[in-house]
Design a protein around this ligand. Sequence first.
Ligand code: S3P
Length: 166
Amino acid sequence: MKIILTGFMGSGKSSVATALGKELSLNVIEMDALVLERTKSKNMAEVFNKGGELLLREWEIILAKEWQSAKNVIISTGGGVVMNKIILDYLKINSGIVIFLDSSFEAISDRIKIGNTPRPLFQDVEIARKLYTFRLPLYKKYADIIIKTDTKKISKIVKEIVVKLK
Ligand code: S3P
C-alpha cells in the first residue's frame, strides 16, 4: 500500500502519518525532512534563503519521482505539493492513495502561532489565509479520501482512515 497524506500546514499530517504508520505497520517518509537532508539545511527558512520557494518545489518534484514506485509506505507531504500537478502525478503512481486532512483555517491558525513557527509561508495570518483559500480546491481535487480533522484526536482520525481504506 502507498498512502500519501496531504493538507495545509498545521493540518496534522506528520502526527497522523506516525500514528497511521504504527497502526498499519508501514514506514513513514517525511518529504520536508528529505528536502532538509538533500539541501543540507537546518530548517525550511534556510531552504528558502538558499533558493527561495522554487528550491523547495524542485526538490519536491525530484523526491516524488524517486518515490513513485514505493510500496508499503506513508508519504507525509509538505503543504505546498498541490502547487505542482506533476508531484501528485508521481505520488499517485503505483496505486498511491491520496488522503487529504481537511482542517478549517480557524483550527489551523489556532495550532500555528505566528512569530513562533519556522514555516516561511506562515508568517502573516492574512497571507496564509489567502494561500489556504487558493489551495483548498486543489487538495480536494487530488484527494481519493477526505478526512475532516479540526478538533478530532489523532487516534480518531487514524480510525476513520482505516475504515475508509477498507
Ligand atoms: C509549505 C509547507 C511546509 C513546508 C514549507 C512550505 C507550504 O510543510 O513544506 O514550509 O507551501 O505549505 P508542512 O505542511 O509540513 O508545514
